[in-house]
Design a protein around this ligand. Structure first.
Ligand SMILES: NC(=O)c1ccc[n+]([C@@H]2O[C@H](COP(=O)([O-])OP(=O)(O)OC[C@H]3O[C@@H](n4cnc5c(N)ncnc54)[C@H](OP(=O)(O)O)[C@@H]3O)[C@@H](O)[C@H]2O)c1
Length: 226
């Protein structure tokens, strides 16, 4: 038993999710922003990798007041549980994700994380240790299930998304394609990491929807189980 995993990512028309300096850019518009906020509000938890926290410092809170009220009316916290994948416990103690908005936080670390950093993070978040040198996502997902997390949204970045595909832990993916070209061979893409080498290894997707949103296109993919 593991959470149902929905990836949400936005990329430029040339397939980049930020600039080559890993600087966050606005790729989508207002309509897509509202869709992402609704998806977040429907999720039990939202996850990002430490690379995204260091680059963008997101809070991952639900922005719509009505969406937050609806969650509270249903007995939930206004914001989903925020989860950071961070083997070496590098998260800055002032990161927005640890402070902005009510609700629980989880920082997932590996056994190599310095104990003094872990103790510091524990003042703000529940720390889950899984894996030796990097976070073992399967082990972590079992722990997240035990916490009652059923619907898990993943907001990137490309390194985390790659690992999730590699471990067959993805159920569906929304990919917004915006009307800009960022370029740059070093600019990150939706799935980074080492990449699959053989065709039999590729993750296969089934197209569930392709809709014009703002000035771009929203693709909704379902992952075909291997
Ligand atoms: N356009 C969008 O929708 C969007 C969304 C999110 C992010 N972004 C962009 O993406 C970039 C950041 O992406 P990123 O690829 O550098 O970082 P990331 O995927 O957010 O985080 C990757 C880091 O997580 C840690 N990690 C620990 N265990 C892991 C595991 N099992 N698998 C994968 N990662 C693991 C590793 O660091 P440690 O070894 O130190 O733990 C790894 O370097 C930024 O430029 C950001 O702006 C864009």
């Amino acid at each position: 038993m593991r959470p149902y995993v929905t990836i949400n990512i936005a990329m430029s028309a040339d397939g980049k999710i930020s600039t080559r300096q890993r600087r966050q850019v606005r790729i989508s518009g207002r309509e897509d922003f509202l869709r992402v906020d609704q998806l977040k509000a429907r999720s039990d938890a939202v996850m990002v990798g430490i690379g995204t926290v260091l680059a963008d410092d997101p809070s991952l809170t639900v922005k719509g007041e009505e969406l937050r009220r609806h969650r509270v009316d249903q007995g939930m916290d206004p914001h989903p549980i925020r989860i950071v994948i961070d083997s070496r416990a590098r998260i800055p103690i002032h990161a927005e994700i640890l402070h902005k908005g009510e609700g629980k936080r989880v920082v997932a670390v590996s056994r190599e994380a310095p104990p003094e950093r872990v103790r510091e993070i524990e003042k703000w978040a529940t720390v889950i240790t899984a894996g030796e040198s990097e976070v073992d996502l399967e082990e972590l997902f079992t722990a997240l299930s035990e916490m009652g997390i059923r619907a898990l949204m993943v907001e990137g970045g490309g390194t985390l998304i790659w690992s999730l595909f590699q471990c067959d832990l993805v159920d569906e993916m929304y990919c917004y394609i915006g009307n800009i070209v960022i370029g740059g061979r070093e600019a990150p893409t939706p799935a980074e990491g080492a990449g699959f080498l053989r065709e039999e290894e590729f993750a296969r997707l089934k197209l569930r929807g392709a809709t014009g949103v703002d000035e771009g296109v929203l693709l909704h993919w379902e992952v075909v189980p291997k």
